[in-house]
Design a protein around this ligand. Structure first.
Ligand code: G3H
Ligand code: ZN
Length: 283
């Protein structure tokens, strides 16, 4: 069944590992993620972005997540990723999402707190978990210089206040990663992760997992990161490229061969991450 993020992150904390959170863009994607979780006996968080929801449909996503969780006999979290629309966030909670991220990280502190508290209060009705972001994780394509990027890093003192002001279940931090493929390898600010962790003791979330080295992941996990988001790698190497290349290679126009190839590619990427994050066998 669908379980809360809070429950999985508590498990990760006890087992000194992190839970992988993977974006899906279609049903084959979602199936691959859940298939890997099941075969590795690992928790996973399946994440729908606002864009993915628009394409797939809210009811389809919730029904599919429930059905696949049953089919593969494994509990999963269904999470709404980077939501900037309160009405959509409330709707996802009403429809059975077990975790949501309210992303007001581009707003000023007070407005971020206000919107995050609205999400937390609403989620309390169903027990849905809530993630919020302080500081701002940008995109590779944002094209800003390093010093400007660092201005958006999470300030440990602010994080402590934010967590107390909002009562969230997990905090997304800006500590050197960005969304998308990196042009240069990212430099993670491990001291900052430690400082935030020391002050807040809340599960921390690392966004922009695509392209981060296994070594950096392991180091970050030891310092308080309990959830790691991976999106672009699945979108491109788990889905788009596989669809494109398999379509060209298959000679009998059989779409099922493309579907199977996507499921397998996604499952393989997720399995690899589960090993790195250390969450195999803890379910
Ligand atoms: O919220 C989603 C993640 O932060 C994905 O980042 O696409 O760089 O892996 P990524
Ligand atoms: Zn993200």
């Amino acid at each position: 069944s669908l379980v809360t993020m809070k429950y999985f992150l508590e498990k990760a904390r006890k087992n000194k590992c992190a839970v992988g959170a993977f974006n899906f863009f279609g049903l084959e994607n979602l199936r691959g993620i859940i298939k890997a979780a099941s075969s590795k006996k690992s928790p996973v968080i399946a994440m729908a972005s606002m864009g993915a929801l628009k394409v797939m449909g809210l009811d389809v996503v919730v029904s599919a997540a429930r059905a696949l969780s049953q089919e593969y006999e494994t509990d999963i979290v269904l999470h709404l990723d980077h939501c900037t629309d309160m009405d959509l966030l409330f709707m996802c909670i009403d429809h059975g999402f077990t975790s949501v991220m309210i992303d007001a990280s581009d707003k000023d502190y007070d407005e971020n707190v206000r919107l995050t508290r609205l999400a937390v209060d609403y989620a309390a009705k169903t027990g849905c978990s809530v993630e919020a972001e302080l500081g701002h994780v940008g995109g590779v394509e944002d094209n800003i210089v390093v010093s400007e990027r660092e201005a958006l890093f999470t300030v440990p003192e602010d994080a402590e206040k934010f967590v107390n002001d909002t009562n969230i279940d997990a905090l997304a931090v800006s500590v050197g990663t960005v969304h998308g493929f990196y042009k240069l390898p990212p430099k993670l600010d491990f001291e900052r992760i430690t400082a935030i962790h020391t002050r807040t003791a809340i599960p921390l979330v690392l966004h922009g997992g695509t392209g981060v080295s296994d070594e950096d992941f392991k180091k970050a996990i030891g310092l308080g990161i309990l959830k790691i988001n991976v999106g672009t790698e699945l979108k491109v190497h788990g889905y788009f490229d596989v669809m494109k290349n398999t379509s060209l290679a298959v000679k009998d126009s059989d779409p099922r061969k493309v579907s199977t190839a996507i499921v397998d590619a996604c499952a393989s990427i997720v399995s690899t991450k589960i090993e790195v994050f250390g969450s195999r066998g803890i379910l």
